[in-house]
Design a protein around this ligand. Structure first.
Ligand code: SF4
Length: 507
C-alpha cells in the first residue's frame, strides 16, 4: 500500500489511519452519538444532514429503499456494498471520506474479501469539516488521482459524518482530465443495507453512462458487441451463472449481456443497450430506473429450479418478442435436465433461511424444489415488484417471508420452527448454535454457489445435507459449554469480527 498523497491515505489492514481521526470536539463531536457507534445518534445525524443540504438525498433514499417493519436490519455498514462494487471494477479508483474507524473497518473487510486494491482516504478533523476545507481536500485528491492512463472513473463516497455535515460531493467536477468523477453519499442513517448501497453506485454509474451514450458514440465492450439481442443481468452472481444463463438464452436467439454492477466502465453502455434487463436481485431500484429511462423492459425473478426457469423463459420470450413455439421448444429441452438434477440431489430436513444479499427468495425456491421443508425466509431487503413472482410461489407453498427481517425475526423463526438447519446471517449464527441448531452462513456458503438452471439445481444439497447431519456435534458442544461464555456482544447478535467489519459498530 502506498500513500497517494499527503492527505490521501491508502489504508490497509494494520494501517488504520487512526492518527487522522477527527478530533472529538466541535462539529464532528456534536453529530456523533455518545457511544460513537452507528446505531446511537441516528436521528441527530439525519437532522444534521437535512439541515446541511442533504434533505433531497435522504428523501430519495427513503423513497427508493423503503424501510419497515424495521428501520434497519442488522447488517454490516452499508458503505461496504458500494465500496465492493467500485473495488471490483477495472480502472476505477475508490476514495472514502469518513471517520478513521469507519474507513479502517471498511478497508479491513474489503481486503478480507480479497480486494487487493488500494482504498483512497481523505481524512478530516473538526476544523476542516466545519470550515469547508474538507471539500477542498477532496477536490485536490481527485485532481491528483485523475490520471486517464490509469482510471476511467473515480468514486468518492461520503460516509456518515461527512454526509451529516453536508460535504457537497455534487459540486465536484463531472470529469477531471477525462476521468469521470462519481460522488455518492452512503450514510448508515439513510441507506438501509449494503445491498442497496450497491444499487446506489451502480445506478449512479448507469445514469452517467446513459447521459454519455445520449451525447454520441461510446466505447465498445472489451470483447466486442454481441450480434444477438442481449439480456442484462442485475445483481452480483456466481461467476458460472451468467454462462449457464447464456446457454438457456441461446435457443431463443438471445445472448447474455453484462452483469450489473459491471466490472468495467465500458460494459455499462452494452448493459444499457440490452433487449431486456433481468432484475435477478430485486432491490436494484435505481438501476432499474435507468434501464426504464433508456426504454428497456425489465423483468423479475430468475431461472432457478424447474418452475422458476420455466416462468423466466416465458417472461424473457415475451419481453423480447420471441415466438411462443420457440420458447416452448427451448423449455422442452432445458427443463427435464433441471427436474432430473433436482431429483438426483434431494434435500431432506426442515430449514429456516435468513440473508441480506437479495437472492434469498431465489435460494428458497431452489430449496423447496429440492424437497426441503422450508418454513421461513428472512431478507434484509425490501419487498419490490421484481420478486413478487417468487413471493407468490413461496407463500403458495406455506413459506413465511419476512422482508426487512431483523435478527429478532430470524431468531424467533428458529425458536418457532426448530429447524434441522438454519441458513443464517453472521449475527444469526451464534443464535442458532445456542439452540443448538446447525447454521450455514448464507453469504459465504450458500449464495456463493451456482443457483441458475441445471448447474444450480443440484448445487446446494451436499453442503446442506452434510450440515444437517452434523446436528449431534452441535448438541454435544452445547452440552459441553452449557452456561459458559454468555458474551453480551454475542447475546446481542454481534461478533467481534463484525464489530471490526462495521468500523463503528453498524453491523
Ligand atoms: S461504520 Fe457505521 S458510522 Fe461508519 S460509515 Fe458505516 S454506518 Fe456510518
Amino acid at each position: 500500500m502506498t500513500n497517494e498523497r499527503d492527505h490521501l491515505l491508502a489504508v490497509a489492514p494494520g494501517q488504520s489511519g487512526q492518527g487522522r481521526e477527527p478530533a472529538r470536539s466541535g462539529g464532528a463531536q456534536e453529530m456523533t452519538s455518545p457511544g460513537g457507534g452507528c446505531h446511537g445518534g441516528e436521528a441527530e445525524l439525519r437532522r444534521a444532514a437535512e439541515l446541511a443540504g442533504k434533505e433531497d438525498t435522504l428523501t430519495g433514499y427513503a423513497e427508493d429503499y423503503p424501510v419497515g417493519p424495521h428501520d434497519q436490519p442488522q447488517t454490516m455498514c452499508p458503505a461496504f456494498g458500494s465500496l465492493r462494487v467500485g473495488l471490483r471494477m477495472r480502472r476505477t479508483a475508490t476514495v472514502l471520506v469518513g471517520s478513521g474507524c469507519c474507513v479502517y473497518g471498511l478497508t479491513f473487510t474489503s481486503h478480507f474479501y480479497g480486494a487487493r486494491r488500494t482504498v483512497g482516504y481523505v481524512p478530516f478533523d473538526s476544523e476542516s469539516l466545519v470550515s469547508g476545507r474538507l471539500f477542498e481536500d477532496i477536490r485536490e485528491a481527485v485532481d491528483e488521482l485523475a490520471d486517464p492512463a490509469r482510471y476511467d472513473a473515480i468514486v468518492v463516497t461520503n460516509l456518515c459524518v461527512p454526509t451529516a455535515s453536508g460535504v457537497p460531493l455534487r459540486l465536484l467536477p463531472k470529469t477531471v482530465n477525462g476521468v469521470r468523477i462519481i460522488g455518492i453519499d452512503v450514510p448508515g442513517f439513510g441507506v438501509p443495507t449494503h445491498a442497496e448501497a450497491k444499487d446506489i453506485l451502480a445506478g449512479a454509474m448507469l445514469g452517467y453512462a446513459r447521459a454519455e451514450a445520449e451525447q454520441g458514440p461510446v466505447q465498445a465492450p472489451r470483447h466486442g458487441v454481441s450480434d444477438k439481442p442481449t439480456v442484462t443481468l442485475l445483481g452480483e452472481l456466481f461467476p458460472g451463472d451468467p454462462v449457464g444463463i447464456g446457454h438457456m438464452l441461446d435457443p431463443l436467439g438471445l445472448a447474455v449481456g453484462p452483469v450489473v454492477p459491471t466490472r468495467e466502465w465500458r460494459e455499462l453502455y452494452m448493459a444499457l443497450d440490452c433487449a431486456v434487463a433481468a432484475a435477478i436481485h430485486p432491490h436494484y431500484t435505481r438501476s432499474v430506473r435507468e434501464f426504464e429511462t433508456a426504454g428497456r423492459p425489465v423483468i423479475g425473478s430468475a431461472p432457478v429450479g424447474h418452475d422458476g426457469t420455466a416462468s423466466w423463459l416465458d417472461a424473457i420470450g415475451e419481453a423480447c418478442g420471441v415466438a411462443r413455439s420457440r420458447v416452448d421448444a427451448a423449455k422442452a429441452r432445458l427443463l427435464p435436465p433441471i427436474r432430473a438434477a433436482l431429483a438426483d440431489a434431494p434435500i431432506k430436513g426442515r430449514i429456516t433461511l435468513s440473508g441480506y444479499e437479495g437472492s434469498e427468495l431465489l435460494v428458497a425456491r431452489l430449496l423447496v424444489e429440492s424437497g426441503a421443508d422450508l418454513r421461513y425466509v428472512g431478507t434484509a431487503c425490501p419487498r419490490t415488484k421484481w420478486s413478487d413472482a417468487d413471493r407468490d410461489w413461496l407463500t403458495a407453498r406455506g413459506v413465511h417471508i419476512q422482508y426487512r427481517a431483523s435478527l429478532e425475526d430470524d431468531a424467533a423463526a428458529m425458536r418457532e420452527y426448530r429447524p434441522d438447519l438454519a441458513i443464517v446471517t453472521p449475527a444469526g449464527n451464534p443464535k442458532a448454535k445456542r439452540m443448538p441448531i446447525p447454521g450455514l452462513y448464507f453469504t459465504n456458503l450458500i449464495s456463493a454457489r451456482p443457483l441458475m438452471g441445471v448447474a444450480g439445481a443440484g448445487s446446494l444439497s451436499q453442503v446442506i445435507n452434510s450440515a444437517i447431519a452434523s446436528r449431534s456435534r452441535y448438541e454435544t458442544m452445547n452440552a459441553f459449554f452449557a452456561g459458559e461464555g454468555r458474551d453480551p456482544l454475542l447475546s446481542h447478535g454481534k461478533t467481534a469480527g463484525h464489530a471490526v467489519a462495521a468500523g463503528a459498530g453498524r453491523c
